[in-house]
Design a binder for this molecule. Structure first.
Ligand code: FAD
Length: 448
């Protein structure tokens, strides 16, 4: 899998479509943007469906299971440009959480969204009062910042530091970091040590203040499906793995799929970062070892979890489960009538190496304990490990990530790996890649 140099003459590039490699969110946005700008485009996708890491299945039992616990933050700037929320019939998480203290669940909510509990939350001793003031001040700063991505939030710091260092530098206590920040942002970045860049922490704080975490009624797959529907019939070839990019006279002129060469006016590689690195040889793309794993245990039961649409965070940091997401309380379509669906999420080292059967049983016990239920009230529906859920984003990474333009003419990247590891990063990258390709094709045809 690589770049392939040929010696044949280059044909007339403008007659061929732009080829997009991969139908994840980045590739789909790039393809839709080009198609809607009147540029012929064709997508080759190795899998049998769109979405890449964003997949959902509805089983015969009536449960919808996403490919691990995932949520859309509806304030993501790129999502609001590319996704039409109305038809997705979104279910919304409360702007609140329940913190498991080892004995009970303590509620904590954004007082502006949930004023009814504000006096209780402000006087609760789960977090020091000073930290609540600091969080309000940090939130005000984040809300006013012009960031369009976690990448931009990190870059605005000048000297990017880790999430934990950032919180300490702002005067937050160990109690705050351990009880709230590690399970909450550790759940978002899949890094409970908060050793990654402070960018995702700041940007998601802004997103949670501007909007909500939401789930489409048909599962997260509804987002890529919506983009697919904006492309003409037959614009995507499935089960078509691109094995190399064809380079002629120093320019990308096509791809090879099942040994067959397919010509292109330009090639946008929108695969996962590891494959993109092999195909393009852009060295600054993340490797397999930079993948962060996650494990989601889906639990079903006939009694409601009793949390309402609120995340449960392990404030003790003693449990295997980092957080519980009451999926069907947020989006009732995720479970058949009379049933309830819960996601128990495991991050950190156990997610990388733990035996899945053992993890599932422990997750079920943890979930029941945190909810004050009996273990037998919940049964394991499925367990999903995604070894490369996100790529690791240590401080300073955003200065090292590649841009959309590669050193090879006619070869471009559209991927979370040019922005940051999120739906927003992927969509923003697809949008920017399409803009650059349009400009370059227009320049080339002007020069003809
Ligand atoms: C469990 C989990 C939870 C997550 N939670 C969230 C969340 O809550 N919020 C959030 O913002 N982000 C979340 N993410 C991250 C988010 O899903 C990704 O950042 C984003 O989907 C990446 O999109 P992409 O288009 O860059 O890449 P991908 O989704 O990886 O898409 C790449 C596509 O390229 C295809 N492909 C690969 N190789 C080839 C080839 N040789 N030829 C043809 N096609 C190829 C693949 O099959 C795939 O369809 C989560 C991810 C996981 C796995």
């Amino acid at each position: 899998m690589s770049l392939e140099t040929a010696t044949t003459r280059v044909g007339e590039p403008s007659r061929h479509p732009v080829i997009v490699v991969g139908a994840g969110m980045a590739g789909l946005v790039a393809a839709v943007a080009l198609f809607e700008a009147g540029i012929p485009v064709h997508v080759y996708e190795a899998a049998d469906d769109v979405g890449g890491r964003i997949r959902s299945t509805r089983g015969n039992d009536g449960f919808i299971l996403d490919r691990g616990f995932q949520v859309l933050l509806d304030a993501y700037p790129a999502a609001s440009r590319w996704i039409d929320y109305e038809p997705l019939a979104l279910g919304t998480f409360d702007a609140a959480a329940l913190l498991w203290t080892g004995r009970r669940l303590v509620p904590l909510a954004n007082p502006f969204r949930h004023p009814a509990g504000s006096l209780r939350d402000l006087t609760s001793r789960i977090l020091p009062a000073g930290d609540k003031v600091r969080l309000a001040a940090l939130g005000a700063r984040a809300a006013l910042a012009p960031w369009q991505s976690a990448n931009q939030a990190a870059t605005s710091l000048g000297n990017d530091i880790s999430g934990s260092e950032f919180l300490w530098s702002q005067g937050f206590s160990e109690t705050f970091v351990d009880r709230l920040a590690r399970p909450f942002w550790g759940g978002i970045t899949l890094d409970p040590h908060l050793s990654g860049s402070a960018g995702p922490l700041l940007f998601t704080l802004k997103m949670f203040l501007k909007g909500s975490a939401v789930l489409p009624a048909a599962g997260v797959r509804a987002m890529p499906a919506q983009l697919q529907n904006r492309l003409p019939e037959g614009a995507i070839t499935f089960k078509a793995r691109v094995t190399s990019i064809v380079i002629e006279e120093g320019r990308a002129t096509g791809v090879r799929v099942n040994r067959k060469m397919i010509r292109a006016s330009a090639v946008i590689v929108a695969s996962d970062p590891v494959t993109a690195k092999k195909l393009t040889r852009v060295r600054t793309l993340p490797d397999e070892e930079q993948g962060i794993p996650s494990v989601t245990v889906f639990l079903a039961g006939s009694s409601p979890p009793g949390t309402g649409p609120r995340l449960v965070l392990d404030a003790t940091r003693q449990r295997l489960v980092n957080h519980l997401a009451p999926l069907s309380a947020v989006q009732p379509a995720y479970a058949p009538p009379g049933q309830h669906l819960l996601a128990a999420v495991i991050v950190g080292e156990a997610a990388r190496t733990g035996d899945l059967d053992a993890l599932s049983l422990q997750a079920r016990e943890d979930a029941a304990m945190m909810l004050g239920h009996r273990t037998q009230d919940w049964h394991v529906l499925d367990v999903v490990r995604v070894p490369f859920s996100q790529f690791s984003q240590p401080p300073g990474i955003y200065r090292r990530l590649p841009g959309n333009v590669t050193p090879t003419r006619g070869l471009y990247l559209a991927s979370e790996a040019t922005v940051d590891s999120s739906y927003n990063g992927a969509m923003l990258s697809g949008e920017v890649a399409a803009g650059i390709v349009r400009r370059d094709l227009a320049t080339a045809s002007g020069a003809d």
